[in-house]
Design a protein around this ligand. Sequence first.
Ligand SMILES: [Fe+2]
Length: 189
Amino acid sequence: MKADVDAARALAQQQLEVVLPRRWRHVQAVAAKAEQAAGAVSPLDRELLVAAAWLHDVGYSPELVDTGFHSLDGARWLRRQDVDERLSALVAHHSCAWLEAEERGLGQALGEEFEREESPVTDALCYADMTTGPDGQSFEVLERLAEIRSRYGSGHLVTRFITRAEPEIVAAVGRTEARLSAGPSVQPM
Ligand SMILES: [Fe+2]
């Protein structure tokens, strides 16, 4: 399967809508925000960005849980569905997942199994996820990070992860906003 947006939406819907309706609301809003942010990436990568937004949290689906780390579980499942390799890798590493993987003792597995891209696409995916709340509401990035910390509580590994990841997340959001205010990137010749 290519990085097809309709197929990505259908896969995410099938895995999340009924069993995790709140997560599904978040995912729908992240996909909408990725569409709005598409001007921050090359026209060639816009479908890939939006497809990754639809699928970034698919690993929370109870059916897919294996290690319990949603980025890795989701990406492994996507690879088994023959999803585009770059798309699977974007899901594996979305929103600084490598830092959470380290907290979970899965840093090596994640890094060996999926290549980590650093690009306007990874920045824009992080932007879409980290400016969208758990119910799909729009947040400033610092509000969103505070929301995550308060939802998991102090001492939780997700809270430790998000504290370590904050500078990188804030930088990715800033780069995306700067690209958007500079105007849509043009088609490479
Ligand atoms: Fe998310």
